[in-house]
Ligand binder design. Structure first.
Ligand SMILES: [Mn+2]
Length: 484
């Protein structure tokens, strides 16, 4: 992410004379230098645009340069928008309109008509905003003083979204085995997903993975076992079962890296030649940033990877998740999320334990080793992508992960307990109404605003269930989507 670039393009015109343009250039450089230090990507000043030709040339260049992941425009003065039309029509990278101005305050004594002409972002932003709206272009609008921490936060998050968009456009997903038999919500149109999101979703034989597993050496397994020992607490003495997961992890990683894939799926219905469903193996791979989806769910696998990349370096955690069971007691309404095995340890509240247990479901011949832990408390989102036939839909819900009052000593899997917004009863009802899946990405780093921006860039419908969402408002929103 640090090596990628966001280009800063400043709009103006010749009307105010050379002095004004020189001042703007000086200030634009100062602004770019400041923002560059406070945000996760390189923020590079690319020039003052004064004519249609200049705008078009810069935007073509932004499209062409792989390292440029988006452009930020600022109208220090009034910049007539007809000169932006030809350029913006060609724009293929994310666009942010930064509505800011150089000075924070109106200088009471100094202000005169020269000052007004130099500092007229309020004027310029409206002209610039109109052409974005008129061209029906997807754009992020950030308004506020450029040194304000909240503006820099918004800008940083938007840069992360640009990175997520870039990751999405280049993502390969490896599927071992097909979708779980008869399941609908995990299905989808892979061709449309590649057109819209860029995802290349392809299948690979489980037998190829087994072949790769056979090539893994004892030395490689011992090295990974040492890593496991440094990260996790061993609560089993069946080391052979754990070593088998290490073998699976090494083989999986090797295949993914060879193909340059960032995400994978498998299914307990197709484990030919394997003794265990990858549990610990998948969990550790997720903690390294790989996406995962159970039961062939390539949509959630891709999304797990994208959100992990988008939130790289942030402090929370992100995982593949599944809604399992409820606590419906009044005043203690919770959702319990988990999976058979595969929850990412980035959500753990303390050192995860490696345990081995029987897993009745699927083709397991031996007890799969897995990480068991409880999720750390805090605000989070759960996100699902479903295929509605003519459109993809992203559904996001705000949740709050709580410290569990239940120790659940017989539950042999990682688990996360949360309160859904606006409350469990309405939250689950709204989720069901919108058609959200049981598989989600739970993230303690990605907020709804980032996910909304991502959904918009990827051209899908966005449903946000939060503390203020009502049944009536969501009904109306969904009716609008269905008209598309
Ligand atoms: Mn599942």
């Amino acid at each position: 992410m640090q090596n990628k670039e966001i280009w800063f393009i400043v709009g103006s015109q010749y009307l105010y004379g050379d002095e004004v343009l020189k001042t703007i250039e000086k200030r634009a450089k100062e602004t770019a230098t400041f923002i560059n230090k406070k945000t996760p990507m390189k923020f590079i000043f690319k020039g003052i645009v004064k004519t249609s030709e200049e705008a078009t040339k810069l935007i073509k260049e932004a499209n062409y340069q792989d390292n440029c992941l988006g452009i930020v425009t600022w109208c220090h003065t009034f910049s007539p928008s007809k000169m932006w039309i030809n350029g913006l029509k060609l724009l293929q990278k994310p666009w942010c309109h930064l509505a800011t101005q150089y000075n924070q305050e109106i200088p009471n004594k100094e202000i005169d008509m020269d000052f007004m002409n130099l500092n007229q972002a309020a004027h310029g932003d409206r002209e610039h905003g109109f052409i974005g709206a008129r061209l029906r272009l997807t754009r992020k609008i950030i308004m506020g003083y450029w040194k304000d921490p909240s503006v820099l936060d918004e800008l940083s998050n938007w840069m992360r979204v640009c990175y997520a968009y870039y990751i999405s456009q280049n993502l390969k997903v490896v599927r071992f085995g097909d979708n779980m038999r008869n399941v609908a919500v995990t299905e989808g149109d892979k061709v449309e997903a590649q057109i819209k999101f860029g995802w290349q979703v392809n299948t690979w034989a489980v037998g190829d993975l087994v072949k790769e597993m056979k090539k893994v050496t004892n030395q490689e397994i011992n090295n990974l076992m040492a890593t496991y020992k440094s990260l996790y607490e061993f609560k089993t003495n069946k080391l052979d079962l754990v070593k088998y997961q290490a073998r699976e992890e090494i083989a999986l990683k090797r295949m993914l890296d060879k193909i340059k894939a960032g995400a994978f799926t498998n299914t307990f219905e197709d484990l030919y030649g394997m003794e265990q469903l990858p549990g610990l193996a998948t969990q550790h791979l997720m903690s390294l940033g790989y996406g995962y989806g159970g039961e062939g769910d390539w949509k959630v696998s891709a999304l797990t990877h994208i959100i992990k990349m988008m939130t790289k370096g942030m402090k929370g955690g992100t995982s593949f998740m599944e809604d399992y069971t409820y606590n419906l007691t009044k005043g203690k309404e919770f959702s319990l999320g988990a999976h058979m095995l595969e929850v990412c340890p980035s959500l753990a509240n303390k050192k995860p334990r490696i345990e081995t247990h029987h897993l009745g479901i699927g083709m397991n011949q031996k007890d799969p080793a897995r990480l068991v832990f409880e999720g750390k408390p805090g605000k989070a989102t759960v996100t699902s992508i479903v295929d509605m036939g003519n459109r993809f839909r992203m559904i996001v819900q705000d949740i709050e992960v709580v410290k569990s009052p239940y120790s659940m000593p017989n539950l042999p899997t990682a688990r996360v307990l949360w309160k859904a917004m606006p409350n469990l009863k309405d939250g689950a009802k709204l989720w069901i109404l919108a058609g959200g899946a049981h598989h989600t990405v739970l993230s303690m780093d990605a907020n709804a605003s980032m996910l909304r921006d991502l959904a918009e860039l990827l051209d899908m419908d966005f449903v946000y269930i939060n503390k203020d969402t009502t049944y009536d408002s969501l009904k109306r929103e969904l009716a609008l989507f269905d008209k598309r």
